[in-house]
Design a protein around this ligand. Structure first.
Ligand code: ZN
Length: 247
């Protein structure tokens, strides 16, 4: 009971803090000002935002409605990661992965780009934390498989990007490396769930959008969000997906 309380007191505030950074960074990229502070600020007056980032503290200027939703989703995913992590020692690494996935999803939907400014630090910081967690609890997963998963997913996407001739961006290829590391640390099954899942979700959503005629056949749909959603599902519930599939 005490450990649960402790986790709740640690994981929820960490999620709120990470969510606020995600709001700030995604707004910076959406508005084309990627040098903003990591503290979310008001687009109108430049002052700091409230805890939920729904409005600014001083003038209460309203902010994008999605801001509190981004924070809530981040907190819920951080909580879901506690039982899903093979060891609590690797939870910080997976929190970085989940935070990066939420931020890259929002940014790719806004700008159709996977910025290196987000992807680079996520891979470096996430990998260092993963290696540290593995050292503290060697039974929790495999660093060799993590590297293998990263390169395998990267290689598949690289070949597909060459074949697709512009249909897949190189940002998606680099994103595959990040996802492959964190799925691979858990199992090869998780890598397969992440990789195939991206194409399955992407296919279903694309067909749905075409049928609903909200998007023409020629409109570009960014592929990164399908990869990140499938990656987070694979990391959180990969075991369940595999056992459901194999009956
Ligand atoms: Zn303001």
């Amino acid at each position: 009971m005490l450990i649960l309380l402790f986790l709740f007191l640690l994981v929820v505030p960490t999620g709120v803090m990470a969510g606020r950074v995600i709001v700030s960074e995604s707004e910076a990229h959406r508005l084309g000002q990627p040098d903003r502070w990591l503290t979310p600020v008001c687009a109108t007056c430049g002052r700091e935002l409230s805890l939920t980032t729904a409005h600014c503290r001083l003038h209460r200027h309203p902010q994008p409605r999605r801001n509190p939703v981004i924070i809530l989703v981040t907190v819920l995913l951080f909580l879901a990661m506690v039982p899903a992590a093979p060891s609590l020692w690797v939870w910080p690494a997976y929190a970085v992965f989940i935070g990066a996935s939420v931020l890259l999803t929002v940014t790719d939907l806004d700008t159709k780009l996977i910025p290196n400014r987000i992807l680079g630090p996520s891979i470096v910081v996430g990998s260092v934390l993963l290696a540290g967690g593995w050292l503290a609890a060697t039974e929790s997963g495999s660093l060799v498989r993590a590297l293998g998963g990263g390169f395998a997913y990267f290689a598949v996407m690289y070949i597909l990007a060459l074949l697709a001739r512009g249909g897949l961006g190189f940002g998606d290829v680099k994103l595959a490396f990040l996802i492959g590391i964190f799925a691979g640390y858990l199992s090869w099954g998780a890598v397969v769930v992440a990789g195939l899942g991206g194409f399955i979700i992407g296919g279903v959503v694309s067909i749905g959008l075409l049928l609903a005629r909200t998007r023409g056949r020629k409109d570009e749909i960014p592929f990164g969000p399908f990869m990140t959603v499938a990656g987070v599902v694979a990391v959180l519930w990969g075991v369940q997906v595999i056992s459901w599939y194999s009956g």
